[in-house]
Design a protein. Structure first.
Length: 203
DNA sequence: GTCCGGATTACCT
DNA sequence: GGTAATCCGGACT
């Protein structure tokens, strides 16, 4: 099955399938190591849960498009749309391993003290790739696109856990977060993940 | 671990 | 036109 078919078919399959995929913009390249799935109609954490608005419009379109939104007053987030037109779903790209363009990433992320800080969070990744509203709706599966996905190598093992940052009752208990088990040094909040999985709070 | 800035949207008067 | 909520990050303890 192609990536597009997987995206169209099932966001819960597509989210782990995007691990290992390469995010490309110009000379910048990074391997996706962490994703989360969001969907309608049974997931209250999905932005489209309360129906179509201008912000989430692209989620109702073709699979493989960039759903970009702004949150917390500071941060842009990159998602890949999923499911057929008319059915809203998306995969949040949460973290990536930098492959090429490290100098540019470091320039755009001056607060990063080590390379593990460059792309280890959705806001960081968007900043490093200079992703904002301009990328809204871009076809990430089109090799001609400025921002796009290129095939990579699937992880050997995938770790799952609860999604990050969701309030209680918003689907916070759903294990719809996916990580490359062999590249945990590049993911966001690995400590939080361990705490969640052990069923305890704090570390 | 905890605390707060920051700007946009959505939804209510 | 007001206000609550937000798929977070950085600074600090």
């Amino acid at each position: 099955m192609t990536l597009r078919e997987t995206l169209e078919h099932d966001v819960l399959q597509a989210a782990p399938a995007l691990l290992g995929t390469i995010l490309v913009r110009g000379n910048l390249r990074a391997r996706i190591v962490e994703t989360e799935a969001y969907r309608t109609p049974d997931d209250p954490g999905c932005h489209a849960h309360r129906g179509e608005t201008p912000r989430v419009k692209v989620m109702y379109g073709e699979p493989g498009l960039a759903y970009v939104y702004f949150t917390y007053g500071n941060h842009w987030m990159l998602n890949v749309t999923a499911h057929p037109p008319g059915v809203a779903a998306a995969v949040l790209i949460r973290a990536a391993e930098p492959l090429e363009g490290l100098e540019v990433f470091r320039e755009r992320r001056p607060k990063a003290r080590k390379d593990e800080d460059l792309l280890s969070g959705p806001g960081k990744l968007a900043a490093a790739f200079n992703i904002d509203a301009e990328m809204y709706g871009v076809n990430l599966l089109d090799p001609q696109s400025e921002l796009r996905l290129e095939p990579g190598t699937l992880p050997v093992a995938v770790v799952t856990g609860p999604r990050i940052g969701l309030a209680k009752g918003m689907g916070d208990e759903l294990p719809w977060r996916f990580m490359d088990a062999d590249r945990m040094r590049w993911v966001s909040k690995p400590h939080l993940f361990r705490a969640d999985m052990s069923g305890k709070t704090g570390t």
